[in-house]
Each structure stands twice: as C-alpha cells, then as structure tokens.
Design a binder for this molecule. Sequence first.
Ligand SMILES: [Zn+2]
Ligand SMILES: [Zn+2]
Length: 437
Amino acid sequence: MSQELQLRDYPIPEEKTMKLLIKLMALVGLIIPGSAVLAETPETYQFPRKCSMTDAGYSVPLCGKPITKTPVVASDPGSDNLKVYPEYFIPDQEKLAADEMRLTAVGSGNPPVRRGQASTSWLVELGNGDKFIIDAGGGTVPALWSLRVPLALLDKLFLTHLHLDHAGGIFNLWDSMGWARNTPLHVWGASGSTPELGVAAFVENVRKAGAWQTRSKTGIIASGGMELTAHEFDSAKFSPENPRMLVYSENGVKIYAFPVDHILIGAVGYRLEWNGLSVVYTGDSIPTVFESEQAHGVDVFIHELFIDAPTFAEKNNMPLMIAENVIDEHTSAEELGRVFSIAQPRLGVGTHYFTNDYTIDPAFKGIRKNYQGPVVIAQDLMVINVTPEQITTRMAKTDLLSWAAPAPMNGPPPKPDPAPTEGRTPEWVQATRFTME
Ligand SMILES: [Zn+2]
Ligand SMILES: [Zn+2]
C-alpha cells in the first residue's frame, strides 16, 4: 500500500470532528446549507464561467470540461464494463487504482504566465504510489499544491529543457522545504554543449541563488529539504545507435530520455513506462520523425502545439518577424497531426497552446488535416486517467486556498540544525522589538 493510501485511511481527527459539527449545526438549523462555512469544501467551488461551445462543437476553456470530443477512449468500444468516474477529479476524494496511471496538466501554457493558464508542468501519478513532476514552469506550483499531494512525495522533477516556462517554477517547488519535505529535491535533465548549459549547472545556480533563503531558515526548519540534487545525463551519448537513454529505473518504473529538436543540445523528451502503461512528453520541439517514433504506440502522447504566427504577433504586440522566429522552433497544428499520425497514440494531447475561445477550432482544424484519432487540447488542471481498458479525460476542481496535504510521518520530526550566529538582524533593530503582555 502506498504512503498516500495509508494517509487517506486516517483522516485528521480535528477535520472529522469539524465536519460532524457542521453537519449537526446544519441539521438543527444553525447553518443554512450553502452558507459560507459549508462553501469551504472543494465540491462547492464554481468555475469562473459557464460553458459554451465553439462553432466546431468543443467546450470553451476554463468551464470545467475537457477540450475534446473523446473524453473517454475505450480500448473495446463495445464494452459495457467501462469505469464511470465522477464528473470532476476532486483531490482527497478519489484513490488511484493499483494498475492505474493519472496524468495532470499542472500547467498547459507558455510564457508569459497567464492567470488562467500557467506555463508548463505535468504530474504523473502511478498506482504504486510513485509521483513524478515533468517540467515546473513559472506559475505552475500553486496548482500542483492544490492537488493535495503530500509535499514530501513531490521530490522528483524531470526537466525537458531549461527555458523558464518549463523550469522557472523550481524556486516555488524547492520552497516546499520544511513543509514535510525534509529530503532533497531531485532534478533530472540533460547536459548541454558546455558545462554551464547543463542541468547540473542550472541546479547549482538555483542553490546559490537561494543562499539567503537557506541560511535564514537554518535553525528554524530541518535542513534536509534545503538540498537540491542534480541527476544530469550526458547528451553526447545520444546517437543513431543509442537514440534513447534509460535515466531512471526504480520500483518497476522506467524513464527514458531522447533528444528533441529545440534550438540547443540538452532539450529532451521523456518516455515513462510502468505496468504496461506508457506516456511520452516531448517538451518543446520542432517536430521530427525521430521524436514521433519514440512515442510509437504509447498510451498518451503529450506534445506541444503552437499558435500561428499572425495571431501570436498580434496578441502579443510583437513584430511578425519575431513571432515567426519563435514559432519556427515549435510545432503547428498541421504538424502535430503529422506527429500523431506517425506515433499512433491511444490519446494525443496538444499542450503549450494559447487556449482562448477563438483558438480552439483552428487548432483542431489543423490537426485533423493529418490525423483523425482521439485528441485533447490541454488546459490547466486537466486530469487523464489511464488503464488498459480506457483513457478518461476530465477536469479537476481544486481548492484555491488549499493547505498542505497531511505528510507521511516516519519517526520523530527532524530537528533543525543550529541557527547561524553571524549576519543576523542588527542588534539596534532587534532592541526595539515589542514586548507584549
Ligand atoms: Zn516552452
Ligand atoms: Zn522551450
């Protein structure tokens, strides 16, 4: 049994008592159902807008419905044994089956971070209890926290490349130190063409930039979570004879890295395999036959999708020439259709897209020129459950003001190291501290 499942079997007593109390008060008429106290449960949260359909019949973004016409992809469409999931994924209320994989679009966008669409990050959760974060772009970590995964379990980050819309959230993720994560944050990624362009240098520079953070917290919280550990694999070892590299193999989970065509050496895609299920995520890339083949026959293929240059230029007040330079490093809708037609995934996911009401139909129109299989366009907090029988895509409802999930506790809480004595707040400032009765 996983740590998470164990935790869920033991609800916090105070929470239980509180819920009972609220129920009792509602029963005797002290609280009107739907009043402020009851509204603090995630189930009652409303999405900000009503659903409407695009001309082509897709739900508009941010209305609680996945952007697809195939929310359920059944291996045997004639089967009457398909699992029916709740309409929304609500954290704390749904256990992952032992043979199931859950993928969550923690962030589905680009730079700059938008209020309704953060940059890029995916959470992979497996029925064996393992959890992996792939990319942690700017603005994505609040959504990750809202999924109520114990923060101690969010210690494995795989970076596809070092653009900040994929890696810029690392400070927020690292900042879960002390919040029950008292072990290092592990970061996997590729080397670059020079040492300073690799993931090890990136991680070391993050650690150095956090000097004030870690020094100031020493003595207050345990130091174990202040560590960052880089696991850099050597990009120079990729070749036509060695096109992919096993970079993680534990607990029945295998993660392979392979190079993608995105400007510099060091940009990679990952293929995760576990228990007969698989997912490929390629980060950003100019589409290639090679990367498409790396995803061949995969259950879920998550691939970037980029908007057309004229719209990108107009909406971002950018010269068309610069917009074209940017999109030249990415994948258009027509190209994504071609990628999926080579890979033939059970479900294709277009992500890293600007999801606005008017951008959805052009995306599907482009994809459909080359591919007719099941496709969704990701938005933040879209959840995909994967089993051999079916792939089900829904949206999550999470508490915008959620607290940290209960932490697995093994033994006594770790003790902080001695606090630094040098460099503290000047004594003449400290001398004016209030004395409260
Ligand atoms: Zn990107
Ligand atoms: Zn990029």
